[in-house]
Design a protein around this ligand. Structure first.
Ligand code: GDP
Ligand code: MG
Length: 439
């Protein structure tokens, strides 16, 4: 979905003038992209209608950057589709808060129960109690107990011989005594929705009105997820949705449809199997992600605004003629720096969101500063013919730049490697040219 939409929007982006025909054509593409991503048909129709109406409006047509206005409208409407604001968890004013997890088998209920408990403890300072109320699936109780151990969180279970309703009753009593302010109930699922399951869930629900009933659905099942959500909402009533396995879902159809079909917000998204892979759902960020503005568009803008084309050409010429010096190196660094903090730039790369740990990555900007300092401490002669940099010179440069001889050596080696690489590249190019000329 992301790729398709990006392509479509890229076409319209740079246009200085937009006609109704342009908008129509674009909306055809958008419609197609959404349907292909398994977004609910009704939702698609509504979405296209809303965007079209706004896009052909007077304000957009007359604005200086109509292309970008249209993209903004698409993003706004996507955000709205997913609920606009991020929605909060409602905690009971009279603890314990009861959260019931429901959903089909394999959707990720048990995993999410653990993740959610861990998140509530960390972000909200809660003391959750996990309740093993799935007595049917083999080893379901054990699965939750293992998670509890792993997270050092208490799990309430009475084995598999006692009814789920009884288990939940006792669990809530136990929570009061043990001062657990949140009770998260991991219920049983089925492969398909059936009467018996629904009745059991209704019975559990009736014990004490839960503060939240979270339906856990697998994002990879697309429209099916939406149908399941509708069904659960109508039969037992849900307060929100947790969309799991979004890490594997490239289409995003479920995320886009669920809210507008069920009128229930997506509260969390599961981004992996690990216990910390649960995130609050942010409609706007999801819209950005879908539009691949993760954030390609602003990255391109940044690059265009800041990298001087003339200078880039000059550098290329120097690569070719092997007259690249430390001064040029310095110039290159400053060009990169102008684009902004490096880690910010990295995050904007499409797909970067999927690279584990990148969100916390800090690109070593200090390293760049050090390189700059070293080059500034060189004499003009040293910068153009680095071969003359011997021991005493290294010592002087290190002192002048507040670095070490090792730093200088590393930089000289990098510079040498770079020159070698350039030489190879230009050799390859000239060989290629000769070959082309041969009959
Ligand atoms: P339940 O039957 O609904 O309780 O489902 P489980 O919690 O047992 O999860 C079923 C499978 O889905 C397990 O292998 C989980 O590790 C996996 N799973 C759950 N949530 C996620 C998620 O957000 N991302 C990924 N990749 N796997 C998940
Ligand atoms: Mg389970």
């Amino acid at each position: 979905l992301a790729e398709r939409l990006q392509g479509t929007l890229q076409k319209i982006k740079g246009k200085g003038k937009i006609s109704e025909a342009d908008v129509k054509e674009m909306m055809r593409d958008v419609r197609y992209a959404l349907l292909e991503a398994d977004v609910n048909l009704k939702v698609v129709k509504e979405f296209v209608k809303n965007v079209s109406e706004r896009a052909v409006g007077q304000d957009v047509m007359k604005s200086l950057t109509p292309g970008q206005q249209v993209i903004k409208i698409v993003k706004d409407e996507l955000t709205k589709l997913m609920g606009g604001e991020q929605s909060q968890i409602s905690f009971s004013t009279r603890p314990p808060t009861v959260i019931m997890m429901v959903g089909l088998q394999g959707a990720g209920k048990t995993t999410t129960t653990g993740k959610l408990a861990s998140l509530l403890r960390k972000k909200y300072n809660k003391k959750p109690l996990l309740v093993a109320a799935d007595i049917y699936r083999p080893a379901a109780v054990q699965q939750l107990e293992t998670l509890g151990k792993q997270l050092s969180l208490p799990v309430f279970s009475l084995g598999t011989d006692i009814s789920p309703v009884e288990i939940v009753k006792q669990a809530i009593e136990h929570a009061k005594e043990a001062h657990n302010d949140v009770v998260i109930i991991d219920t049983a699922g089925r492969l398909h929705i059936d009467e018996i399951l629904m009745q059991e869930l209704k019975d559990i629900r009736a014990i004490k009105e839960p503060d939240e009933v979270f339906l856990v659905v697998d994002a990879m099942t697309g429209q099916d997820a939406v149908n399941v959500a509708n069904n659960f909402n109508e039969t037992i009533g849900i307060t929100g949705v947790v969309l799991t396995k979004l890490d594997g879902d490239t289409r995003g159809g479920a995320a886009l449809s669920i809210r507008s079909v069920t009128q229930k917000p997506i509260k969390f998204v599961g981004m992996g199997e690990k216990m910390d892979a649960l995130e609050p759902f942010h409609p706007e960020r999801m819209a950005s992600r879908i539009l691949g503005m993760g954030d390609m568009m602003s990255l391109i803008e940044k690059a265009q605004a800041n990298v001087d084309e003339e200078k880039a050409k000059e550098l290329e010429e120097k690569f070719r003629t092997q007259s690249f010096t430390f001064d040029d190196f310095l110039e290159q660094i400053s060009q990169v720096k102008k684009m902004g903090p490096l880690d910010e730039i990295l995050k904007m790369l499409p797909g970067a969101g999927k690279i584990k740990g990148l969100e916390n990555a800090k690109v070593d900007e200090k390293q760049m500063d050090r390189v700059e300092a070293i080059i500034y401490s060189m004499t003009t002669q040293e910068k153009t013919t680095p071969d003359i940099i011997n021991g005493p010179r290294k010592k002087r440069i290190a002192k002048g730049s507040g670095t070490t001889i090792q730093d200088i050596n590393r930089l000289l080696k990098q510079f040498e490697d770079m020159k070698k690489m350039m030489k190879q590249m230009t050799n390859m190019q000239s060989k290629g040219k000769k070959k082309m000329k041969m009959p």
